[in-house]
Design a protein around this ligand. Structure first.
Ligand code: HEC
Length: 146
């Protein structure tokens, strides 16, 4: 009898949402990935977010007081980057979907001659070739919210 009750309780817990994949977005982040998971580095926003933006860039680029209004926190990085004019170089977009060389973020992380201010990440070692290639690949393939 006691065991049967426990089983019913466990089943109820699952049915009432005590399950991490409820199918309604519960337990998922804004990109649809499980909360707390780290997506491997690659040319996707999720991979770039988890391996570059969150651990490195949000040391400064976070919240309402982020430098130049550029918060790179998960959930807002896309809307602050893609198609948005740079403050330092307003004639350029921070990310120009499909065109990394016209994207100011590439200039900043590659430390190109035409930038205003410093190479990013400011005051830290430059990103690795692999990290830079991931950002380039994401922009080249259309800078989707993927
Ligand atoms: C130590 C603090 C700090 C870190 C870490 C940092 N930034 Fe910055 N970022 C700044 C500051 C301050 C500015 C404005 C002055 C400058 O450009 O040097 C800036 C400016 C920028 C701009 C120009 C925005 C515009 O609208 O013109 C971009 C793009 C940028 N950062 C991207 C990044 C990326 C990507 C990373 C991570 C790889 C990063 N930053 C890491 C402090 C930081």
């Amino acid at each position: 009898m006691t065991i049967k009750l426990l089983r019913v309780t466990a089943l109820l817990a699952v049915l009432t949402g005590g399950w991490s994949c409820a199918g309604d977005g519960t337990g998922l982040d804004t990109l649809g990935n499980p909360l707390g998971s780290t997506v491997p580095l690659g040319p996707t926003l999720a991979g770039i977010q988890d391996n570059i933006f969150t651990p490195i860039c949000t040391q400064c680029h976070t919240g309402a007081a982020a430098p130049l209004g550029l918060a790179l926190d998960a959930g807002v990085s896309f809307q602050n980057l893609v198609g948005v004019s740079s403050v330092e170089k307003p004639e350029m977009r921070r990310v120009q979907a499909g065109n990394p060389d016209a994207s100011y973020i590439m200039w900043k992380i590659e430390g190109r001659a035409g930038i205003v201010g410093e190479r990013m990440p400011r005051g830290l070692p430059p990103l690795s070739a692999e990290q830079i290639a991931a950002v380039r690949g994401w922009i080249q393939s259309g800078a989707a919210a993927n």
